[in-house]
Write a protein that binds this ligand. Sequence first.
Ligand code: GLA
Length: 380
Amino acid sequence: METSRRTVIAAAAAGLTAATVGTAHAAGGKKPVRELFGRLADGTKVHRWSLENGGTRLGVLSYGGIVQSLEIPDRHGRYRNVSLGFGDLDSYVASSPYFGALIGRYGNRIGKGQFTLDGKSHQLSVNDGVNSLHGGAKGFDKRVWDVEGFTSGSDVGLVLHHTSIDGEMGYPGTLRAKVTYTLTRHGDWRIDYAATTDRATVVNLTSHVYWNLAGEGSGSIYDHELEIAASRYTPVDSGLIPTGELAKVAGTPFDFRRTKTVGRDIRVAHQQLLYGKGIDHNWVLDKGITARPEHIATLRDPSSGRTLSIATTEPGLQFYSGNFLDGTLVGTGGHVYRQGDALCLETQHFPDSPNHPSFPSTVLRPGQTYRTSTVHSFGT
Ligand code: GLA
């Protein structure tokens, strides 16, 4: 049975694990601290913010809202950074596969980068073969966000703002995006996304953390155990665009309704796994869209005991098994990242929704506010 962070805090407060857990678990966070991380080619400063609360330590860059490190303890209180990334800004700018980044305006792919809204067709920036991926060539992951730190009651956090101008990357409307990262006194990392527009548009924001609960650079995640509360997924074509079908996971490698290891079925000769070079699919969450975040997935590393539990208001989850990590990037701790060294669990609306009227809508109109929330809870 999973030990929640609350239990760990209680144990630490009682001095039971003081030697290894120390004071890091004391409830109530300190004000986030800002330091210079680097400069872009044009001289723009990029800052790194450090936050700590309830036993979780988070490092966030103003560039891309990137989670540059996320440290949590194992069952013995030993901290590791469980999120893939780089130690320097130049590496992020040069060739990051969205490590830790905020994704916008549209998480995942839009087929041929085209969609029609209110009778008007739009051509987006195409950056993944013929398709548009993660907002196009210069998405939210490559923008410098305005960031402010806050403390509120027992929470600490950051508010990140970015305004995307009308027509940017082909998207209609000026989109004002506000993302709040909160670390709670229990060490949960909560993301609240909000956006408004001055013209009808589409929007689908998410976070692209690459998880390895044994620690970044420690090897493959195929032994991680995963459970996803979804009976269906969206099969894709060879370009990873959904066909429109909501297929049953029963009897396929995509069935994670009961906990199994990530690697158990990853080499099954299933056409969908060939298209994705592994798992790179959207799960249709059984709970659907909810007003409040509801539990949808649990990830566990048996070696360290670390667990990640995800709750969201969103109807979909993109589970990507790090298939394109190919041994060409050296990560934060100095190790080479190879295929399957991490996985992403991106809460979202479904890929290519603007071209699938039967999928939950991603349209945002003037006067409406886009709001979604996702909570990551950690334990051992
Ligand atoms: C998403 C996509 C993948 C891949 C990664 C980034 O998860 O679905 O196909 O592009 O981002 O490498």
